[in-house]
Design a protein around this ligand. Structure first.
Ligand SMILES: [Zn+2]
Length: 198
């Protein structure tokens, strides 16, 4: 659910997050928050311009705070690694102390989802397998639509996605989709070896 807030109100939310959860972060108050309608995901952060970007103002306050906390954590820890989850944990404890049970619960779930023992690692192989799945389901999918879909699914802009998964581009060059489809028809989806094509 999305709502609307003036920029000032959004900035007040960010101030609240800073003061309550991370008082040592951004002491000069340089970080700003901005709504960007075309964001590929709910939230993003830009170190260079010191901006937290959000696609929507989430109506569920705890959900919205969780999103802001997540992006603020990213401003100092780029990956969902130990440094990142430690910071989330700090916010979770603070949420408990300040009686924000729902928020603490949500943050706890997030922390768990980044546990390397439990989480699904999204790497190149996952992506190429995912391409295989999509192509089996929709062999006629155009490269442009596939790219749009995949990058959105992975919270990236298409350019970022192609940069990260270089082979995805090669796949287009090689006409991989046509080859994959032919193979699917010959041997059936269950016996196809996706890796043969990627
Ligand atoms: Zn993240």
């Amino acid at each position: 659910m999305a709502g609307y807030k003036e920029r000032k109100e959004l900035q007040r939310d960010l101030d609240y997050i800073r003061e309550t959860f991370y008082p040592k972060w951004d002491k000069k108050r340089e970080w700003k928050i901005q709504r960007v309608w075309h964001l590929p995901f709910e939230g993003k952060y830009e170190v260079k311009s010191k901006r937290i970007l959000i696609r929507n103002v989430l109506e569920d306050k705890d959900e919205f705070y969780k999103l802001l906390i997540h992006e603020v954590c990213h401003s100092v820890a780029f990956h969902h690694g130990k440094k990142f989850t430690n910071r989330l944990l700090k916010a979770k404890e603070k949420a408990e102390q300040t009686g924000q049970k729902e928020l603490a619960l949500k943050l706890g779930k997030d922390i768990e989802s980044y546990d390397p023992d439990k989480r699904q690692i999204i790497g190149a192989t996952d992506i190429y397998n995912r391409i295989g799945e999509i192509v089996v389901d929709a062999p006629q999918v155009s490269w442009a639509n596939l790219l749009k879909f995949l990058s959105r699914e992975n919270a990236m802009y298409p350019e970022e996605f192609l940069k990260k998964f270089k082979k995805a581009k090669n796949l287009k060059k090689k006409g991989g989709f046509i080859a994959f489809d032919k193979m699917r028809r010959v041997c059936g989806p269950s016996t196809c070896q996706k890796k043969d094509l990627f």
